[in-house]
Design a protein. Structure first.
Length: 749
């Protein structure tokens, strides 16, 4: 059946090429529209404490400050008087007139000096929205344009800087930057990739074929994901992932196919026969390799987060497309081109040194003579690189999380310098008292005061805003008297009461503003400790109350806990399914077990280097990181494991397929290992160089999450193509001898 399909591909080659040409053309025009359909915010598919808190905040309060922007204003002089003060008043008035804005909070409305920097040249104000979080991004562009218009009419406008930041502006800017980085890296990588392919093939025509497959894989996958996004949420993270995986895997598979086709031509086969033979051998290896990569991405569908599920779906799509292109379009094109793929012939003679097998044959013989020494040295190298994993800390990174090259990121940096960045993402505590009790009762107020005083005593907390923090220094008796006259207090503090007391008076909000010395990493610890405090019953007056901790950091902590609980299952499924799949393909017990162990070592060493470079900051400045991140975001180990484990199998399958092919022909494991290593070494080296270039480019992206992933994948491929495939795998194959192929092979068969 497989051979029949291969013959049909070659026979109907022009029809196959025409179909793909139509699909590729349509995709090229449609792919650009995918960006606007991707979700800016992810989140858990399951109900979490933070999600419940955010929902109660939106539904139980008259005018909740659920979603808001922070607008920073910098100028040459005072920003509260003179020209600066006039501009501030103008911008506040513009914000209030913008659709979707429910109010503003500034030094004008509160007379709070914390809204102004010590030198007086920087101030900020908050813009509260009446829209839910998933629609807040609709206001970002209009309000930025309105501010820009107001600034243009202002004298000496170039001396002032206005930036809109906050959750929605950050999300919007991250999407824009992700799209720009993906496009920029694709353009930058094409000439680099072409140069490596020319070196690998020694011919321009052959070099262009994998490039065509890689670019088509990206555009077709993007179009498909755009269609899927109409039916289910797809995260903006898939943009860069599709670019990385599509270009890397598409070229990887094509490289193997084209190389094998040239071998078959050189063996004396005619172009049509060589194309069929290539489909039967390299095509089968590509399908097997693609299946192992699919296992990793499929496991991500079991995760509870939109981000990881999106990457899983996008990975499945792009790998499927890359495999399909490599096993259908490529054989058809090769059958048409025949010997023309070697053009220009003068180039091949000048680059022939790269393909000479003598170097790799010498290396293979050396390994076969000293397999134990090679295995020991390779294992030692991997162990040393893995050591930093013992210090792995999961959490939100302490710095570089928001890209400062964007308006919203620069706004966060401005607030950081003022020590006010905690106002953007406060820890939000929702307290619901039992039926018949009010949040303004004496007992409830005592509980709130106890909670507020405990939080204020924490050096990580800058400020606490609650019903008992309206008038600094006021006692519980004063607050009891104040709240005993609801109309009076509502007249004095209308906006505050609507935001911090529910319409039925049973629920209240406590906002915890972290200090400027507290990073996102440390804030996660604060949230965990706060949940423990309110859950322990230590505050007696709140024992019967329902207390929920929400906000951005609390949500991130909930996602982290959900993902870490599911991670062992993901690891087990990827390891077991991959092992079973390889056992069936190679009819062996030892080979799949060894492959799983080798890939696990590769992933462990990759984690070690991620910890070393990012968490500990050693060498991080090379990638634009201005210091240690102190923690690794939870998505990184999950995505890196799932993706790396699959991609690492590419080279394992390429190598083992050739060794098995030689072993079936000769029955000699030593000769088969040497032949397989020398035959695939240049292909694996070239493919690895391309993968490292593709993934490494994203290690310099402006989004820290993509830097984590790009660096991790590049390092994993480097380790896999050198220490693992060129040292450990052949040496262990040599040591195991014919046991490698038990029980699928018997002596004399």
């Amino acid at each position: 059946m497989f051979k029949t399909f291969g013959n049909a591909l070659v026979r109907w080659r022009w029809a196959v090429i025409a179909i793909w040409a139509v699909v590729g053309t349509v995709a090229a025009f449609q792919a650009g529209g995918t960006v606007g359909r991707l979700e800016l915010r992810g989140g858990a598919a399951q109900i979490t404490e933070a999600r419940i808190a955010d929902s109660l905040l939106a539904t139980r309060f008259a005018r909740p400050i659920g979603e808001f922007f922070a607008v920073t204003l910098q100028g040459p002089g005072s920003m509260t008087t003179g020209m600066g003060g006039q501009l501030l008043d103008s911008l506040i008035a513009v914000a209030r007139r913008t659709d979707g804005v429910s109010g503003t909070v500034s030094i004008r409305s509160t007379n709070d000096s914390t809204f102004v920097a010590r030198d007086g040249r920087t101030t900020f104000f908050l813009v509260a929205l009446s829209l839910p979080g998933n629609r807040a991004n609709e206001v970002v562009v209009p309000i930025r344009e309105a501010f820009e218009s107001a600034l243009r009419r202002f004298p000496d406008r170039d001396a002032y800087t206005v930036r809109v930041t906050g959750r929605a502006p950050l999300d919007l800017d991250v999407r824009a930057v992700s799209a720009e980085d993906a496009k920029r890296n694709e353009i930058k990588l094409i000439p680099i990739t072409l140069a490596i392919l020319v070196l690998a093939f020694g011919a321009l025509v052959a070099a262009f074929l994998p490039l065509i497959v890689g670019v088509m894989a990206i555009s077709i996958a993007l179009t498909a994901v755009g269609v899927i996004a109409n039916w289910m949420p797809m995260s903006v993270f898939v943009l860069n992932m599709i670019s990385m995986i599509g270009l890397g895997v598409g070229i990887d598979y094509s490289l193997l196919v084209v190389t094998r086709f040239r071998e078959e031509l050189n063996a004396g086969l005619r172009p049509h026969e060589a194309a069929v033979r290539t489909f039967l051998t390299a095509g089968h290896a590509v399908m097997t390799s693609g299946a192992t990569v699919v296992v990793g991405f499929s496991a991500l569908l079991l995760t509870p987060l939109t981000e990881t599920r999106s990457v899983g779906i996008a990975g499945l799509v792009v790998v499927f497309v890359a495999v399909l292109l490599s096993t259908t379009l490529l054989p058809a094109l090769l059958a048409v081109l025949g010997r023309q793929i070697d053009r220009p012939t003068w180039l091949a003679s000048r680059l022939a040194w790269y393909h000479r097998p003598q170097i790799w044959e010498k290396w293979a013989r050396s390994l076969s003579r000293h397999p134990y020494r090679a295995a020991a040295l390779g294992t030692l190298a991997i162990a040393i690189l893995t050591l930093p994993v013992i210090n792995l800390r999961i959490g939100l990174p302490s710095r570089n999380w928001w890209p400062e090259q964007t308006e919203a990121g620069a706004g966060v940096a401005t607030l950081d310098r003022m020590g006010m960045s905690g106002y953007i993402q406060p820890v939000r505590v929702i307290i619901e008292f039992p039926e018949g009790s009010d949040a303004t009762g004496a007992t409830a107020l005592r509980g709130l005061r106890r909670l507020s005083d405990t939080l204020r005593a924490d050096p990580r907390v800058r400020d606490v805003r609650s019903l008992v923090d309206i008038s600094p220094g006021a006692g519980i008796l004063e607050y009891s008297i104040l709240y005993s006259e609801p109309d009076t207090v509502r007249a004095r503090y209308p906006d505050f009461l609507d935001a911090y007391l529910s319409t039925d008076s049973r629920m209240t909000l406590v906002d915890v503003i972290v200090s400027d010395t507290t990073s996102l990493t440390t804030t996660m610890e604060l949230v965990a400790e706060l949940r423990t405090l309110v859950g322990s019953g230590e505050i007696r007056q709140l024992r019967d109350a329902r207390v929920l901790v929400g906000g951005y950091v609390a949500g991130a902590l909930d996602f982290q806990d959900l993902l870490l609980k599911r991670f062992p299952l993901i690891v087990f499924l990827i390891l077991s399914v991959t092992a079973v799949m390889l056992a069936i393909v190679f009819r062996s017990v030892l080979v799949p077990l060894k492959a799983v162990v080798m890939n696990s070592l590769s992933v462990a060493a990759t984690f070690g280097l991620i910890v070393l470079v990012f968490q500990q900051g050693i060498g991080g400045r090379f990638f634009g990181i201005d210091g240690p991140t102190d923690a690794i975001y939870v998505l990184v180990p999950v995505l890196v494991f799932a993706v790396v484990f699959g991609l690492s199998m590419d080279y394992e399958v390429f190598l083992l397929s050739r060794i098995k092919e030689a072993f079936d022909r000769t029955g000699n494991n030593t000769l088969a290992t040497r032949e397989g290593l020398s035959a695939t070494a240049s292909v694996i080296t070239s493919a690895a160089l391309i993968m490292i270039a593709v993934f490494g480019a994203f290690a310099f992206a402006r989004i820290l999450m993509m830097q984590f992933i790009g660096f991790g994948l590049a390092v994993a491929v480097l380790l896999d193509a050198t220490i693992i495939r060129m040292v450990l795998v052949p040496s262990l194959m040599q040591i195991a001898g014919s046991w490698n192929w038990w029980p699928g092979w018997k002596k004399g068969s």
